[in-house]
Design a protein around this ligand. Structure first.
Ligand SMILES: C=C(O[C@@H]1C=C(C(=O)O)C=C[C@H]1O)C(=O)O
Length: 290
C-alpha cells in the first residue's frame, strides 16, 4: 500500500498566497474594507513597484498598470470583473503644461506609472508631436518653472495638484465643465483625451496574476465583499480620504464615483484597442478565474 492521496479538487494554492496592492485613493472603495482570508498576505506600493513585484514573482496577484498586463499577456491572466477604469475624465492622470499640446518640446514623466506613460505616447501621436521625455520627480509647478513645458503626474498627488492649480471649486463646478487652467498652467486629463479620440472608456489597472498561481476563491469572495461595502459607503470612504488629501469631501466623492470598478465589455473592447495601439503584436488578453 502506498500512502498516496487523491489530488485536491481545487488546484489553486491554499497558502501562503501573496498579494500586492497599489493603494492610491482610487482603489480605496475596494481595498479599505478588505479583510484578507487566512493564508493570504499583502504588501503595498505605487504602480511601478507592484508591476515589478508581480513580474518578478514576489507576489502572486496585484492590481497593476494595465499596459504591463498587455506586455506580459503570455504569462499573466486578469480577473474578469475587476478594474480601475473611467469613461471620460479621471482627474488624476494629468499633463500639466504651459504651451499648446502641439508645441510640447520637453516633458517630465513620473516614475510611478507605466500606464500613463504608455497612454501619453499614444496621445502624442494623435497630437502630432514628439517632445523629449525625461523621468523627473517633484511638483509639476516646480518642474514647469525649471524648463519643462509639460509634466505628467498620476494618483493622489496629481489629483491634489490639479485642484491646487485650478481650484478652489465644488462638485457643482466639475460636472458641467472640468476646470482646466489656472496660474498660467493648463491641465490636460489624459483619460478625457482618450475618450475624445476613441469614444471609449480607459482601463488604468486590472487585477492580474501569473497563470500558474490563480487566486484562491476565498480571496475573490473577500475582494467582492469589500468592493460592495466600499461602493455602498462611498461618502464615508470619501470623507476619510478627503481629510488625508486635504481636499473637499464632495470633490473626492465625485472623483471616486466616477470610476468603473467592474471590468465590463466596453472596458475590454477599450483595453484591446489600447493594446493594439500601444503594444502591437501582443499576445491575446486572457481573463481568468471567477
Ligand atoms: C487613475 C489612476 O489609476 C492608477 C494608475 C496606474 C498607472 O498609471 O500605472 C495604475 C493603477 C491605477 O490604480 C491614478 O492613480 O491616477
Amino acid at each position: 500500500m502506498t500512502d498516496s492521496h487523491p489530488p485536491p479538487a481545487d488546484p489553486r494554492p491554499l497558502s501562503p498566497y501573496r498579494a500586492g496592492w497599489i493603494h492610491f485613493t482610487n482603489v480605496a472603495p475596494i481595498l479599505d474594507s478588505l479583510v484578507l482570508p487566512p493564508g493570504v498576505t499583502a504588501i503595498t506600493g505605487v504602480p511601478t513597484q507592484m508591476n515589478e513585484a508581480l513580474l518578478s514573482g514576489a507576489v502572486d496577484i496585484a492590481n497593476i498598470s494595465a499596459v504591463e498586463f498587455i506586455r506580459h499577456a503570455d504569462t499573466l491572466s486578469a480577473l474578469p470583473d475587476f478594474s480601475v477604469s473611467v469613461l471620460g475624465p479621471v482627474y488624476s492622470v494629468n499633463l500639466f503644461h504651459t504651451c499648446a499640446l502641439s508645441e510640447l518640446k520637453r516633458v517630465a514623466l513620473t516614475s510611478q506609472s507605466a500606464m500613463s506613460v504608455a497612454l501619453l505616447e499614444v496621445l502624442l501621436l494623435e497630437w502630432g508631436v514628439s517632445p523629449t521625455l525625461e523621468r523627473a520627480e517633484g511638483e509639476a509647478e516646480a518642474l514647469l518653472a525649471q524648463g519643462f513645458d509639460g509634466v505628467l503626474r498620476i494618483g493622489d498627488s496629481a489629483l491634489r495638484e490639479w485642484y491646487g492649480v485650478v481650484g478652489p471649486f465644488t462638485e457643482a463646478t466639475i460636472v458641467p465643465e472640468i476646470p482646466q487652467s489656472g496660474r498660467g498652467i493648463t491641465v490636460t486629463d489624459l483619460a478625457e483625451e482618450w475618450f475624445r479620440v476613441t469614444g471609449r472608456p480607459f482601463v488604468f489597472a486590472v487585477w492580474a496574476y501569473r497563470k500558474a498561481t490563480p487566486p484562491p476563491a476565498a480571496l475573490l469572495d473577500a475582494m467582492r465583499a469589500a468592493r460592495r461595502h466600499g461602493i455602498g459607503h462611498l461618502a464615508e470612504v470619501s470623507e476619510r480620504h478627503a481629510r488625508k488629501l486635504g481636499l473637499p469631501a464632495d470633490v473626492v466623492q465625485h472623483y471616486l464615483w466616477n470610476f468603473r470598478y467592474h471590468l465590463e465589455d466596453a472596458d475590454r473592447l477599450a483595453l484591446n484597442e489600447f493594446a493594439d495601439r500601444a503594444v502591437p503584436g501582443h499576445a491575446p488578453l486572457e481573463f481568468g478565474v471567477r
